[in-house]
Design a protein around this ligand. Structure first.
Ligand code: 16G
Length: 245
């Protein structure tokens, strides 16, 4: 494939983007591969380095490539498509894909609810609740940071559970007899801060999806209010929409 230098409707950076996209689709460039440098691309296609840079930057912004400082630009992994239709937990989702879910518990403690959490859990600010901070991984790759706030009678017993090797939702349902029925969830775009970058093994400023979930039991009681940060270039959130009749 080559770049057309005739004056036409397609700018050169755009043509290079399409060429590189095609290489990914054809599996010529695979996940994790280092792509050629700006200089190499500009020499190979007879274009300026600025044009090559623009094409690369746009594909980084679209999530097809990611940059690692001092190392170069790489092809991103296939994204995980996370449905937003059924109420499921991380372990369930990752296992259903044939991957190995894992958890690193960063902290687990009883602490007073802040105002926002209290509002979502319909309790008083300052009430003691169970707060769990976890790094979630699939096949050893960090995918998300989750902070779950839980409120139910006896929630302090969670302090004694092995939360590193157990799914929270399975524990709630099987050990604590709490049936999760529904949840509300919000998604917001953001950037990964330096605090989170290390844990998620992502450069500071990488795209992220911030989510808030309130999960309810059968009696319509909110028992979990969770705030999570998902690596933006690893996820696609999917939902299906029906037109109102
Ligand atoms: C999901 C939930 C999280 C919940 C976890 C339970 C979102 C945004 N978050 O990751 O709130 O605590 O599943 O997973 O979907 P587990 O059963 O594997 O512990």
């Amino acid at each position: 494939m080559h770049i057309s230098h005739r004056k036409g409707p397609l700018p050169r950076y755009y043509q290079l983007k399409e060429i590189m996209r095609e290489k990914i689709n054809a599996q010529e460039w695979k996940s994790g591969d280092l792509i050629p440098s700006e200089r190499e691309l500009s020499e190979q296609y007879g274009i300026s380095r600025m044009t090559a840079r623009q094409a690369i930057t746009e594909l980084v912004n679209e999530g097809l490539f990611y940059r690692e400082q001092g190392k170069g630009t790489f092809v991103s992994r296939h994204k995980i498509t996370q449905q937003l239709i059924h109420l499921t937990g991380f372990t369930e989702d990752i296992s259903a894909r044939g991957q190995r879910p894992a958890t690193r518990v960063l902290s687990a403690q009883m602490c007073p609810a802040d105002e926002t959490t209290a509002e979502h859990l319909r309790i008083k600010t300052g009430q003691m609740i169970f707060t769990l901070r976890r790094l979630r991984l699939a096949n050893d790759e960090p995918l998300a940071l989750e902070v779950s706030h839980l409120n139910f009678i006896g929630c302090e017993k969670l302090l004694e559970e092995d939360l590193e090797h157990n799914s929270l939702y399975q524990l709630l349902e099987n050990t604590y007899g709490l049936t999760l029925i529904e949840a509300e969830q919000e998604l917001e775009a953001g950037l990964i801060s330096n605090k989170e970058a290390d844990l998620l093994q992502m450069p500071i400023g990488s795209p992220a999806l911030y989510t808030c979930r309130t999960a309810y039991t059968e009696r319509n009681l909110p028992i979990e209010y969770a705030r999570s940060i998902y690596c933006g270039h690893k996820y696609i959130f999917y939902t299906s929409l029906k037109r109102e009749q």
